[in-house]
Design a protein around this ligand. Structure first.
Ligand SMILES: Cc1ncc(COP(=O)(O)O)c(C=O)c1O
Length: 441
């Protein structure tokens, strides 16, 4: 294992470094044709934030897995709602409250249709994927788990699909079991089947890995669990921006995602759950909005979805999520997926041609993420030098420290793609990496 745990770059040295030895990007495969399925230049015009210079260079935004940028349609929808319709929802008889409630509930309909859920009451608004998973951990798992029971997760989970289960397992005397993965970052299905046993109470697995880009065969994972009567939660935070998701076709029991990775606002997300499960679960939080009647002796809760939406929600954020779904569906997830696949293939070939660069996560089925390490160069140094070139990538463990441990690395540099990214931006990334290598030559 290479010890690259200490940052070695002196930023002044980096700035002074000669660019004379720049070699430019290797051309292992041709750049995707500009006649692609998407009119990316037109799409880019919808995203005002992209048209700026950073450190004197055009912004190349490749940190979409952390948060995607917002189209004008979302920015305008949110501003218009706040300017004309905003009020607290559900409880007002006045016109603004009714308009705000209608806009909020229209977003629930959009999410239902987006995920192809059977019923709108199966859509719970939360603060994001993290809160959605905590809701299931505290409401479903806490009541389902007994001493010696097990929850199965995978080796490539984001911390938000690890820590909530650890917390509830510790409280209930239950055990966390982990599906291993191979060196390409693919889950080992034989080992998974062996983990499923009479004590397994839940499987919680990521649909698309944020650290590796792996698209997991969740339909198959769910079927194998269901054969044994085990429910499955899918962390869809990185999946919904890249591929169409049909919760009925998947037959998942819970599905979680965040609006801010889907070109919408931060601080809002969704938990989908099958109505029969949600109906049987106790509320996650108590407070206003989630009750039908309260006395000091007893409280009667609302039915779904209100039972799980205590307090005033992120009303404007939910409206923004509805606008983001409209926008994404207007572009079309099939076209988005095809464009991003081409970009990822092109980027992978270019990156693999760089001496000393190793891609972490080489699964056969991947979406949107190119994570890599370069001999002896710390990812934070790579990220810092790329930033000076106007290129935004993420450097670190990506809230998936067990993935780093599995690959025996402290961190990676991660470029993550959206449908507004272009082959020219991949070229800029590759040229930037050559610059990094010169600095450290
Ligand atoms: C796979 C995955 N799960 C969960 C999360 C947590 O999402 P949020 O911070 O929006 O709750 C992320 C965020 O990066 C993620 O990539």
């Amino acid at each position: 294992m290479t010890d690259t745990s200490q940052s070695t770059l002196d930023p002044l040295t980096a700035r002074r470094a000669s660019t004379a030895r720049r070699t430019g990007g290797a051309r292992a495969v041709p750049a995707p044709s500009p006649r692609g399925r998407l009119d990316v230049e037109r799409i880019r015009a919808d995203f005002p934030i992209l048209a700026q210079q950073v450190h004197g260079h055009p912004l190349v935004y490749l940190d979409n897995a952390a948060s995607a940028q917002k189209p004008r349609a979302v920015i305008d929808a949110v501003a218009a709602f706040d300017a004309t319709d905003y009020a607290n929802i559900h409880r007002g008889v006045h016109a603004l409250s009714q308009r705000a409630t209608a806009a909020f509930e229209a977003s629930r309909d959009r999410v239902q249709q987006f995920l192809h859920a059977a019923d709108r009451k199966e859509i719970i608004f939360t603060r994001g994927t993290t809160e959605s998973i905590n809701l299931v951990a505290q409401s479903y798992a806490r009541t389902a788990l007994n001493l010696g029971d097990e929850i199965v997760i995978s080796a490539m989970e984001h911390h938000s699909n690890i820590v909530p289960w650890q917390m509830v397992c510790r409280e209930r005397g239950a055990v966390l079991r982990v599906i291993p993965m191979n060196d390409d970052g693919e889950l080992l299905l034989d080992a998974y089947e062996k983990l499923l046993g009479p004590h397994t109470r839940l499987v919680a697995v990521v649909h698309v890995s944020n650290a590796l880009g792996t698209i997991n065969p969740v339909r198959q994972l769910i079927e194998l669990a269901h054969r044994r009567g085990i429910p499955v939660l899918v962390d869809g935070a990185q999946a919904v921006p890249h591929l169409p998701v049909d919760v009925q076709a998947l037959d998942c029991d819970f599905y979680a995602f965040s609006a801010h990775k889907l070109y919408g606002p931060s601080g809002v997300g969704v938990l989908y759950g099958k109505a029969a499960l949600l109906d049987a679960m106790p509320p996650y939080q108590g407070g206003g909005e989630m009750i039908s009647a309260v006395t000091f002796e007893k409280t009667f809760y609302k039915g779904l979805p209100g039972k799980f939406e205590a307090g005033t929600p992120n009303i404007t954020g939910v409206v923004g999520l509805g606008a983001a779904i409209d926008y994404v569906q207007g572009v079309g997830l099939d076209a988005i997926g095809a464009h991003e696949d081409e970009l990822l293939r092109y980027a992978t070939a270019q990156l693999q041609a760089i001496p000393g660069l190793r891609i972490i996560g080489t699964a056969q089925h991947k979406a949107g993420v190119a994570s890599f390490v370069i001999d002896e160069i710390h990812p934070h140094d790579i990220g810092t030098i790329l930033d000076r070139e106007g290129i935004a990538v993420r450097a670190g463990h990506h809230c998936a420290q067990p993935v780093m441990q599995r690959f025996e690395i402290p961190a990676t540099t991660r470029a993550s793609f959206a449908f507004y990214n272009t082959p020219a931006e991949v070229d800029a990334l590759v040229a930037g990496i050559h610059k990094v290598r010169e600095v450290f030559a």
